[in-house]
Design a protein around this ligand. Structure first.
Ligand SMILES: Nc1nc2c(ncn2[C@@H]2O[C@H](COP(=O)(O)OP(=O)(O)OP(=O)(O)O)[C@@H](O)[C@H]2O)c(=O)[nH]1
Ligand SMILES: [Mg+2]
Length: 298
């Protein structure tokens, strides 16, 4: 008996900010690996998610939203990560909003096309259309002057169309031995997820007063007998922001810590002790140098 052919390939999930790239990755994996929020520029780091099924391994790279006009060093770093992610990719999934084609979608399309990558277009958030038929004019318009390996309408929030997308990608993967053990879903260490989950809660609980100017460092991460103990610091740029994150009588920081701990317990499948501090560090979003110790540099 011949053994079945193993397929394996790298798929980059690319698109402008806030179109639902990370929600899509989480939906494909059936697990919340990449943080999401209603604010643009939520994803800052490349995140790798592995899905193995039926002798095929898809290695996804979730990327930060592409920015046409990067405003600071952090934004430039994020764009660099997107370019870097395209290096050895077998397929690119370009995620766009099913309601309209934006000038920034065109920029990303051009970049992928110039890189010679076969592109699968995922038209996301089709739940926001009155009817799926409303997609037809957009699909006709896009296929007229652009080249896609496939165009697939999806709703990453509910999972509608996501199996079609995964099947399309699986068929396109080259014959290659699997890169990761079958039960592994990411290459990132647990402490990375600890800092990301705390950052997600900070983004979600703070209105628009503190958009992107926070970063989270894990100061200590220890597995003890029956629990994991984590000490973390939320870094902000100004003292006024520090008071906002802490909130009246420490209420907000308490909520951030509690929800982050609950998510972490679910992800790690263990009890977690979490203590979070807030500290000030001026101008880090504009300084490449300041980013090195925060783990963001090249
Ligand atoms: N209605 C609807 N909302 C969605 C869908 N997919 C994602 N969203 C929402 O869109 C917002 C952005 O989602 P993310 O997954 O963080 O988007 P992203 O492209 O990763 O964003 P960046 O990392 O900032 O580039 C969140 O509020 C999601 O809940 C969808 O299929 N339908
Ligand atoms: Mg994202």
């Amino acid at each position: 008996m011949t053994s079945p052919v193993e397929r394996c390939g790298l798929v980059a999930i690319v698109g402008r900010a806030n179109v639902g790239k990370s929600t899509l990755l989480n939906c494909i994996l059936g697990q919340k690996l990449s943080i999401t929020s209603r604010k643009p520029q939520t994803t800052r780091y490349q995140i790798l998610g592995v899905k193995t099924a039926d002798h095929t391994q898809l290695v996804f790279v979730d990327t930060p939203g592409w920015q046409r006009h990067p405003k600071n060093e952090l934004n430039r770093q994020m764009n660099r990560q997107v370019r870097h992610a395209l290096g050895d990719v077998d397929r690119a999934v370009l995620v766009a909003d099913a309601r309209y084609w934006h000038a920034d979608d065109q920029t990303v399309y051009q970049m992928l096309s110039d890189a010679g990558l076969p592109i699968v277009l995922a038209l996301n958030k089709h739940d926001l259309l009155k009817s799926k038929a409303d997609l037809l004019p957009l699909i006709a318009q896009l296929s007229a002057d652009k080249e896609f390996a496939a165009i697939i309408p999806i709703c990453a929030r509910t999972g509608s169309g996501v199996d079609d997308l995964v099947n399309e990608l699986s068929r396109a993967m080259p014959e290659r031995a699997h890169l990761y053990p079958h039960d592994q879903i990411t290459d990132r260490p647990e402490r990375f997820f600890a800092s990301e989950i705390i950052r997600e809660k900070t983004l979600r609980f703070l209105g628009d007063e503190l958009p992107y100017r926070t970063t989270v460092l894990i100061d200590d991460f220890k597995d003890e007998d029956n629990l994991t103990s984590i000490l973390a610091t939320i870094w902000v740029e100004r003292d006024s922001q520090k008071s906002i994150v802490i909130g009246k009588d420490g209420e907000l920081l308490k909520r951030i810590s509690t929800e982050a701990r609950q998510d972490l317990e679910q992800l790690l499948q263990r009890r977690v002790f979490l203590r979070v501090w807030v500290k000030t560090r001026r101008g880090w979003t504009d300084s490449a140098e300041a980013m090195q110790p925060l783990g963001l540099g090249d």
